[in-house]
Design a protein around this ligand. Structure first.
Ligand code: NOJ
Length: 581
């Protein structure tokens, strides 16, 4: 099917270019580092801060603007560091505060901004506050930093509400009081080792102002805020009929998003006051520091409330991540993302992968695309690896051509698939245990990175030790096997990031192009960002590009026609330069 010329097409502008000199976070490509799996310097098989510092130049070379570090603070690691015991200290597994300072200094040298993770919804049960709460009496100031309640039933044997933990099982655990009797219950929306803080308590708020300042004083450029929609709970503590997923409403797809009853633990109006306060803390510092919300809200409109001018700066656009590989659904999601954030003057973020979801190159190879399952096991239906990688590459070129900020998850630039054959006895994700294996969990997307094809542990660690085993066939994914290799995923990402910067796509505009011929009308996503036309073929037929088309970049070979004309095959994206007028 030939594209013909663009003469018969029409375009609809839905997003205008950013103003001059936008703040860095409006357009930045931000690379997520999951410290335990990025690079290990001391040889214990767990990645660490010196390992990151030593490899940071590779990220500058890749062309990203900033890094986001998942938690590296003192933690018993019941949820891979999202259970923080000391917010102002580095866990010895990852290094020291001096190592954190060295990392920040190296990043600065390389021109990379640094965002760190902040986990305010809950602490570790080993945090000194929680230990003090356990030792104190019901009703004490120490207990009031968390959410302790008496149980229901004659002797308090029933939990205070029926809420479930996101990781499965009950969201309440009963404690033994210091005198040895069975006592109160505490709330943990996640693992029982992650007690929820009481954000109604001013002492908690003041403490986090101080934690923010601690890291801002050390020079960080911002914070990724964990479970940003969870801090405030409905103080009536009503029972809740829905299953507690991370999503603001409930997981009842028969009811339209936005019309679902609001879950009492998510997205309560009171959270916004916390972020207004943090906005003011950041505003005291120079250099455009930023807050990014991890908020799983029911609708994009609800998400936009987190990025109003006096709150956070960015919020992860999970709507895009959860969208199926389908032209009209992607178009609708992109339009929603841009228009709802435009209304509050915030940039959109684009994200396809992180440490909580099945890697995009595997997810997109499943029969059912979209958010995907919580992990894949050896006995589950396996993704089509070739199809998944092809689509993930096309999706990457789609994402990186969109105006706004984009997030990459370590290994995404290598096209790394999910490890789908991890033995159960090696799994560490609490969700696997709390669901009694019904959910495999997130370990498969957290496997240590392959750096060198021929080194033990693929160069992740000097001893070859890795905290989770890497699939044996990962040599071809190793960074050194892909570097400077035409056609490799790494080279595709490098070229995309270079062109994105050159054409200022992050600060650009978006106009949908309609009126493509034949079947392409419904199955090819086409938009214009400045002088670049982006075509994503989500259909089943080839699309022949007009002679003389100036292709800037494509996610796969376009030379299928045999007669010299460029052909956009299914599951391929091309960036095309529009003729200058
Ligand atoms: C979201 C984080 O991304 C995830 O890894 C963690 O388990 C939960 N929040 C709880 O902190």
């Amino acid at each position: 099917m030939p594209l013909g010329t663009l003469d018969e097409t029409t375009s609809t502008l839905i997003h205008s270019p950013a103003g001059p000199d936008p703040e860095w976070w409006r357009t930045a490509v931000i690379y997520q580092i999951y410290p335990r799996s990025f690079a290990d310097a001391d040889g214990d098989g767990i990645g660490d801060l010196p390992g990151i510092t030593a490899r940071l130049h590779h990220l500058a070379e890749l062309g990203v603007d900033a890094i986001w570090l998942s938690p590296f603070y003192t933690s018993p690691q019941h949820d891979a560091g999202y259970d923080v015991a000391d917010y102002r200290q580095v866990d010895p597994r990852f290094g020291t505060l001096a190592d954190a300072d060295a990392l920040l200094a190296r990043a600065r040298e390389l021109g990379l901004r640094v965002i760190v993770d902040l986990v305010p919804n809950h602490t570790s049960d080993e945090h000194e506050w929680f230990q003090a709460a356990l030792a104190a009496a019901p009703g004490s100031a120490e207990r009031n930093r968390y959410i302790f309640r008496d149980g229901r039933g004659e002797s308090g044997e029933e939990p205070p509400t029926n809420w479930e933990s996101v990781f499965g099982g009950r969201a309440w655990t009963r404690i033994t009081e210091p005198d040895g009797t069975l006592g109160q219950w505490y709330l943990h929306l996640f693992d029982s080792h992650q007690p929820d803080l009481n954000w109604e308590n001013e002492e908690v708020r003041a403490e986090f102002d101080d934690v923010l300042r601690f890291w801002l004083d050390r020079g960080v450029d911002g914070f990724r805020v964990d479970v940003a929609h969870g801090l405030i709970k409905d103080q009536e503590f009503p029972d809740w009929g829905g299953h507690t997923t991370m999503v603001g409403g409930q997981d009842d797809d028969s009811v339209e998003a936005g019309d679902r009853p609001q879950a009492p633990m998510w997205d309560q109006p009171g959270v916004h006051e916390v972020y207004r306060r943090w906005h003011r803390v950041l505003a005291d510092y120079d250099g455009d520091r930023a807050l990014v919300a991890e908020a799983w809200t029911d609708t994009p409109e609800a998400l936009a409330r987190y990025v109003r001018p006096d709150e956070m700066h960015q919020a992860f656009n999970f709507d895009f991540l959860c969208t199926r590989w389908d032209a009209s659904e992607l178009r609708a999601s992109i339009t929603r993302g841009l228009t709802t954030s435009d209304e509050v003057g915030a940039p959109t973020t684009w994200v396809m992968s992180n440490h909580d979801v099945v890697r995009a190159s595997s997810r997109l190879g499943l029969a059912e695309t979209g958010k995907g399952p919580n992990g894949i096991g050896a006995e589950d239906t396996q993704p089509d690896a070739a199809l998944g990688l092809r689509r993930a590459s096309a999706a990457a070129l789609l994402m990186l051509a969109l105006p706004g900020s984009a997030y990459l998850y370590q290994g995404e630039e290598l096209g790394l698939p999910e490890h789908t054959a991890l033995p159960d006895q090696l799994r560490q994700d609490p969700a696997f245990f709390r669901t009694e294996g019904a959910e495999k969990g997130r370990d498969g997307c957290r496997v240590p990175l392959p750096w060198e094809a021929d080194a033990p542990g693929f160069g992740f660690s000097p001893t070859g030790t890795t905290w989770l085993p890497q699939p044996e066939d990962w040599a071809s994914f190793a960074r050194d096997a892909q570097m400077d290799q035409p056609g490799s995923t790494l080279e595709l990402y490098r070229a995309a990031l270079r062109l994105r910067a050159e054409w200022e796509l992050g600060a650009g505009s978006l106009a949908w192009v309609d009126g493509l011929p034949g079947a392409a009308r419904d199955s090819v996503l086409a938009f214009q960002n400045g002088s670049v036309l982006v075509l994503v073929n989500l259909g089943e037929q080839d699309l022949r590009l007009p002679e003389g088309t100036e292709v800037l970049l494509a996610s796969a070979d376009l030379s299928g026609s045999g007669d010299g004309a460029a052909v956009l095959a299914p599951d391929v994206t091309a960036w095309v330069q529009l003729p200058q007028v």
